[in-house]
Ligand binder design. Structure first.
Ligand SMILES: [Zn+2]
Length: 150
């Protein structure tokens, strides 16, 4: 035996019905042989089981929320850098060094270094934090780029 929560589509009466199996329900339902105890209508269908629907729905948005949170965090970090940091392009090592040695006033900057420059900065004790790709904003188009030395 199987129990179904049923609903009458004529009068919205909710009730329960017992059937031999799910095929038996389908057969009776198709033939309009399930009567509503309230209005005797035959437009009777299975109720959508709200708690089951809700709990299975929960798993997905939960995951999506987490992903959305990470995306939002990354977006904000990127925005923070682009709004508060000066993009200095490949002049980063020079600028960082100038600030470190007090030749230039401190300001938050971001830019690009070669691996040699990065090593040199580290050896001199100049703090520079690598920005993983998703956190790095798109370099502004107007940014001055050092011309390659010829
Ligand atoms: Zn009814």
């Amino acid at each position: 035996m199987i129990r179904y929560a049923l609903i009458c589509h004529d009068c919205d009466h909710a009730f329960e019905g017992w059937f031999a199996n799910s095929q038996a329900f389908d057969r009776l339902s198709k033939r309009g042989q399930i009567d509503c105890p309230e209005c005797a209508g035959h437009q009777v269908g299975k109720q959508i089981m709200a708690p089951a629907v809700r709990s299975s729905d929960k798993a997905l948005p939960g995951k999506m929320d987490e992903e959305a949170l990470v995306k939002e965090f990354v977006r904000r970090a990127r925005q923070h850098v682009s709004q508060n940091f000066d993009y200095v392009g490949d002049g980063f090592a020079e600028e960082a060094r100038a600030m470190y040695y007090g030749e230039q006033e401190d300001r938050p900057i971001w830019g690009e270094t070669t691996s040699d420059e990065r090593e040199a900065l580290a050896e001199e004790g100049i703090a520079a934090m690598p920005l993983p790709a998703p956190f790095a904003p798109r370099p502004p188009k107007s940014a001055k780029r050092k011309q390659p030395l010829n």
